[in-house]
Design a protein. Structure first.
Length: 443
């Protein structure tokens, strides 16, 4: 079942040219569109389904620096600054609140890992602190566990996935951007070895600059043009509760559940690190690259094997012609089933931890497909073999919070502006030549 989301109205007249075309209206594509439109460029955003309808509306909504891999820290620091500015800039409500985040645990190993991270992050000016057992208990009033300790990240926060990408797009439309939904991009037009346009199901748009932010579909799209992009897709589960008198005041992580309280008294909930693999041809193609990550996180993953992913969706086999229906049109919105077991475990953990939530009830659950790289660091990069193309994908379950920073960096690369942060950690080449491909960091 799709997660809740705000609808954005399409533009009226389909263009024949653009300064930049953005493929994919998730948070990364929406943020790039906003940054480009703000510069006065003619930017066209093309979405095969609806704005934000895939993973960008199906995540926790956390906007965190805490526990980020060091390679992502400069980008999330910038992104948090942008989250604080974007409501006023766009004139739209994105739901961002600098609420702080709290982590609580009974494991000394967690506390040691968090403390090690904090020592590293101090060099970037990040303000987090380890909580004693007494402090962790004080910051989780009403909880039943005697925590060994915890962590407070007071400058982190959360935004509303149902509003964020649509709000950025709505703001961009006011600046002159154009939006077309239910309109798949079938491929790139190439002339003289570089991008010269995009072929959509409604015709050709001429352009010399394209940002491909197509989420779980990005590797399939790239493969059609001979670009090898190792992405692995993991299905996550989240759910929303019915409103109840709230017992948890701010986003909270525990070993049994992670939650975000909402203004109406409901919670968005998930169980950290849990996911489902349903590999198709793409999963087999990149199995070797992902095996180290799979091995380290195997206990939190379930594996479902079947034939459907080989023929339908972003992992399917085969090619297509630009003048005929593409795989992107056959699946307008990727809507994997939620894992009922994870939902029940999360509900039970919340009820057990907080007796005041004994009557907590499920309102809605959903699955979302998360595109990941072998090192869990996104690709935000030009592609040397195809000038004019910028990739923005592989956010590895970290993408929502980092979205405004990712959008700005992709816009900088597309326009050859000075990048807002050093783009080296996000370069595409590391995935195909092995340069700097490191072990995944903290989730």
């Amino acid at each position: 079942m799709p997660a809740p989301i705000r609808y954005v109205q399409d533009s009226a007249n389909f263009p024949d040219s653009a300064d930049v075309v953005v493929i994919g209206a998730g948070i990364a594509g929406a943020a790039a569109t906003w940054e480009l439109a703000k510069q006065g460029l003619k930017v066209v955003l093309i979405e095969k389904g609806l704005v934000g309808a895939e993973q960008s509306s199906r995540n926790w909504g956390w906007c965190r620096q805490q526990n980020r891999d060091e390679r992502e820290l400069p980008l999330i620091i910038y992104a948090l600054q942008r989250w604080g500015e974007l409501n006023d800039e766009t004139g739209e409500e994105l739901g961002f609140r600098r609420s702080g985040l709290v982590y609580a645990t009974q494991e000394e190993s967690d506390i040691a890992a968090w403390d090690k991270w904090i020592q590293m992050a101090k060099g970037y000016g990040v303000n987090s602190s380890i909580l004693t057992a007494e402090q962790a208990k004080a910051m989780t009033p009403g909880s039943t566990t005697s925590w060994r300790g915890g962590l407070s990240a007071p400058t982190d926060g959360h935004a509303e996935p149902s509003l964020a990408a649509p709000g950025l797009v709505a703001g961009a439309l006011k600046k002159g951007a154009l939006l077309f939904q239910q309109c798949a991009v079938r491929g790139l037009d190439i002339a003289g070895g570089r991008v010269s346009g995009v072929w959509t199901e409604r015709g050709l748009i001429k352009t010399s600059r394209v940002i491909c932010a197509a989420g779980a579909w990005t590797s399939m799209f790239c493969r059609r043009h001979g670009i090898d992009l190792p992405l692995g897709n993991v299905i996550g589960t989240a759910f929303r509760t019915q409103p109840i008198e709230q017992a948890i005041a701010m986003p909270l992580y525990t070993p049994g559940f992670a939650c975000r309280p909402q203004m109406d008294g409901s919670y968005t909930v998930s169980v950290s690190g849990r996911g489902r693999l349903e590999p198709g041809a793409q999963g087999l193609r990149y199995a070797r690259q992902f095996y180290p990550t799979f091995k380290s996180r195997r206990k939190n993953l379930t594996l479902n094997l079947g034939l459907s992913p080989f023929f339908n969706g972003p992992e399917a086999m085969g090619g297509w012609s630009f003048d005929r229906e593409s795989p992107f049109e056959r699946m307008r919105i990727l809507d994997p089933a939620a894992d009922a077991k994870i939902v029940e475990e999360g509900l039970a953990a919340m009820r057990r931890e907080y007796p005041a939530l004994a009557n907590l009830r499920l309102a809605q659950s959903w699955g979302g497909m998360i595109d990941s790289t072998p090192d869990a660091i996104p690709v935000i990069s030009t592609v040397a073999k195809l000038p004019g193309l910028v990739l923005s994908a592989g956010y590895s379950a970290h993408g929502f919070g980092i979205g405004p920073g990712a959008g700005r960096l992709a816009a900088d690369l597309a326009t050859e502006a000075t990048p807002i942060v050093d783009p080296t950690p996000y370069r595409y080449s590391r995935l195909v030549d092995g340069s700097g491909l490191e072990t995944p960091g903290m989730m």
